[in-house]
Write a protein that binds this ligand. Structure first.
Ligand SMILES: Cc1cc2nc3c(=O)[nH]c(=O)nc-3n(C[C@H](O)[C@H](O)[C@H](O)COP(=O)(O)OP(=O)(O)OC[C@H]3O[C@@H](n4cnc5c(N)ncnc54)[C@H](O)[C@@H]3O)c2cc1C
Length: 324
């Protein structure tokens, strides 16, 4: 087993899934690395999932400029805040997918959860909700004996130029008061229980609501290799961000980390390790971004199509039963 002969640490920018996984794999193989994270350590989700007890970690501002202190600066910054990518490859601009996604967070008592949610969600932590061209999803983020932290999302494809929720000129992710257009739209949806109880115009005013812009990043391999010459290697969403509905982001993120670490362990020369990594990743990632972009529309189809699918499944199951 080889290891690169340069003993300077790999700088990993971003303690998301990819950064933490890479940090852990490199550490396991005695390759020095430091993970930098912009968010404070008390953040409730993300790197707080805590795989970092054996990883050198630096939180907060004061990050190094790409490529100044190490032979390699690996980054996994998310697509919208990818400062390193926009410095090294300014022409790679994320594509905004014409979809509407709002997200809200809230808490309920454990008693309330057991009464209204538990009978429907059981032991799962995601309650899918499919409507006529839209989705409402409720996720359990954290559950204790007394409180339950949940989030919801409301999503649909954008509908043309007059879409009040998509053609918001402030195309930025932001936390803010839910817009009136969203409240009006939710009122008209006639959601079933328990969605109606939590995702309605009155209750969501009390939630922390986030307007989510879905972005895709497509990065040609030639650009990625050019950035590698400047000491920057991309893993995770920074170079293949994709919509989260039906997305494969975390899978590819973990495969990136695994393959890059394996190449760095195996190859003596860093540039060779990076080339081997991109050779594999370039075959899977751009296609995954395209697949996930089109899956958004599949998951937000009209109710008539869902019914057709359900009917076909019912007929197929009945036929199978007859044959047995
Ligand atoms: C609600 C939601 C649901 C999802 N569901 C799925 C799913 O079902 N299946 C699936 O495959 N994928 C899913 N994904 C996508 C998946 O979570 C991402 O693809 C994955 O987390 C990407 O990991 P990453 O490490 O590349 O980026 P991130 O997890 O975004 O981590 C990037 C980290 O870098 C930090 N950072 C940013 N800028 C800087 C900076 N300048 N300096 C230092 N640190 C910085 C950020 O704070 C963050 O911690 C979902 C995503 C979300 C948000």
């Amino acid at each position: 087993m080889h290891k690169t002969d340069d003993s300077r640490p790999v700088l990993i920018i971003g303690a998301g899934l990819s950064g933490l996984a890479l940090g852990r794999l490199l550490t396991n193989n005695d390759i020095a690395n430091i993970v930098f994270e912009a968010s404070p350590p008390e953040r409730s989700q993300g790197f707080a999932i805590s795989m970092h007890e054996r990883i050198a970690m630096h939180c907060g501002p004061g990050l190094p400029t790409a490529g100044t202190t190490s032979w390699m600066c690996v980054m996994d910054i998310d697509s919208r805040a990818s400062r390193v990518r926009s410095q090294v490859l300014p022409h790679i601009v994320p594509e905004v997918v014409p979809v509407v996604v709002y997200h809200g967070e809230f808490e309920v008592s454990r008693d309330e959860y057991d009464r209204y949610m538990r009978p429907v969600i059981g032991n799962a932590n995601i309650l899918a909700g499919v409507g006529d061209g839209f989705n409402t999803l409720i996720t359990v983020c954290n559950i204790t004996k007394t409180r339950v932290h949940l989030d919801w999302s409301y999503s649909r494809p954008a509908c043309g130029e007059n879409d009040r929720l998509f053609n918001d000129k402030k195309l930025e992710d932001q936390t803010r008061e839910p817009p009136q257009a969203l409240l009006d739209e939710l009122s008209s949806r006639q959601l079933a229980e328990p969605w109606a109880r939590y995702i309605n115009p009155e209750t969501i005013r009390q939630h922390s609501v986030f307007h989510w812009i879905s972005r895709c990043v497509f990065m040609p391999t030639a650009d990625a290799l050019q950035a590698a010459q400047a000491g920057v290697v991309f893993i995770g969403d920074s170079w293949h961000a994709m919509p989260i509905f039906g997305g494969e982001g975390s899978n590819h993120t973990l495969v990136d980390s695994t393959e890059l670490a394996a190449a760095m362990v195996k190859e003596a020369a860093v540039d060779r390790a990076v080339a081997v990594y991109y050779q594999g990743a370039a075959r899977r990632c751009p296609e995954a971004v395209r697949r996930s972009r089109s899956r958004f529309y599949v998951l937000h189809r009209p109710m008539a199509e869902w019914r057709e699918i359900a009917e076909k499944r019912r007929v197929k199951a009945a036929l199978k039963q007859q044959m047995e």
